[in-house]
Design a binder for this molecule. Structure first.
Ligand SMILES: CC(C)(COP(=O)(O)OP(=O)(O)OC[C@H]1O[C@@H](n2cnc3c(N)ncnc32)[C@H](O)[C@@H]1OP(=O)(O)O)[C@@H](O)C(=O)NCCC(=O)NCCS
Length: 186
């Protein structure tokens, strides 16, 4: 029932209101947090390796996923590097695609769209690894990531200024035609 399509950075900008609306509904965040996230997302679309996919139910955008190539100097990247320490950073962060957001509107959840968006986003990437952070609870998102080959790297992690504990998760990527979900070598 859903159509999953890539979004270039111009389309991503044009759909900024819809993207922020999906984020707000999926994460149940208040308006000030949504406004802040919207501006962060606009900045991210200029990052190297930016890649995004939208999920459509007919004319309505009901889900999205995006990420980019991690690099020193980026806020999230630097926080994660500090949490991992030098040795694990060299392993996990040196050539990483960072999954920034994945959200499906509540009325479209539980029908396979989130998994399709994640797989589309990661398919055929040239990077060695992919990383993300998610609230450190047994959420649907956590189960999705685990079942698609992500492993916990750091639990109970608090971003500077944040109160909610997050889990940093990672997955090794194989730059080949391997089926998604089979590239989780440890
Ligand atoms: C996480 C999210 C993107 C998943 O998208 P979705 O379309 O609902 O997920 P799917 O239907 O593709 O299901 C994928 C897997 O997620 C897990 N999952 C989905 N819904 C679930 C639920 N209600 N309870 C438990 N696990 C669930 C399951 O592991 C499922 O795999 P399975 O169907 O083989 O059991 C979506 O639920 C969402 O937007 N949640 C709120 C926002 C959020 O947490 N975003 C991620 C922040 S890091």
């Amino acid at each position: 029932v859903f159509d999953v399509r890539p979004m270039d950075s111009r389309t991503f900008l044009r759909l900024a209101d819809e993207l922020a609306g999906i984020y707000a509904a999926a994460m149940r965040r208040p308006p000030e947090v949504v406004a802040q996230r919207r501006s962060i997302m606009s900045r991210h679309r200029g990052y190297a390796g930016f890649r995004a996919f939208g999920g459509w139910a007919g004319p309505r955008l009901v889900g999205f996923a995006y990420g980019y190539t991690g690099a020193p100097g980026q806020w999230w990247h630097d926080c994660v590097a500090a949490a991992l320490g030098p040795a694990r950073s060299a392993d996990w962060l040196a050539d990483a695609f960072e999954v920034a957001e994945l959200h499906v509107a509540p009325d479209s959840q539980g029908q396979g769209l989130g998994r399709r968006l994640l797989r589309a986003l990661l398919a055929g990437l040239p990077h060695r690894t992919t990383l993300l952070s998610t609230p450190d609870t047994d959420s649907p998102a956590r189960r999705l990531y685990r079942s698609d080959g992500f492993v916990d790297l750091v639990g109970g992690f608090r971003f500077p200024g944040g109160v909610e504990p997050f889990c940093l998760m990672g997955r090794r990527l194989v730059a080949s035609t391997a089926e998604p979900g089979t590239a989780a070598g440890q």
